[in-house]
Design a protein. Sequence first.
Length: 130
Amino acid sequence: MAGACFSTLNIVIMMTKNKLLIAAGAVIVIGAGAAGALYVYWDKAVPLTGMAINYVRAWSAPRGTTTTEIADAPAGGAPATISATSTVSRPGDAITGDWPNYNKTLTSERYSSLNQINTTNWSSQELADT
């Protein structure tokens, strides 16, 4: 009686072990396939991943800091329109001197409207620190 119970327990353990090995093998095969696809399509995967990351980061951006560009209408096509409820922000709308992000805006608009250094006084600048 005890031998029959022990043998049933061994069978259940072996079946569970086999299922785990099959699942681990499937994960390895799927991972290798995904790695291969990433290697082959690297040039397409990197920009898509970057756009996805920036899209998620833009969710927490303060209102009015994202610039929306509207393309011109194609030749012979209907003109581009903006709905009355959409908000379009232009680079000049940001507060002068305000750089909330590394690239000033989420769309990497790096232009500064500050005018302390210009074409007439740039040559008189000295190195402040090394």
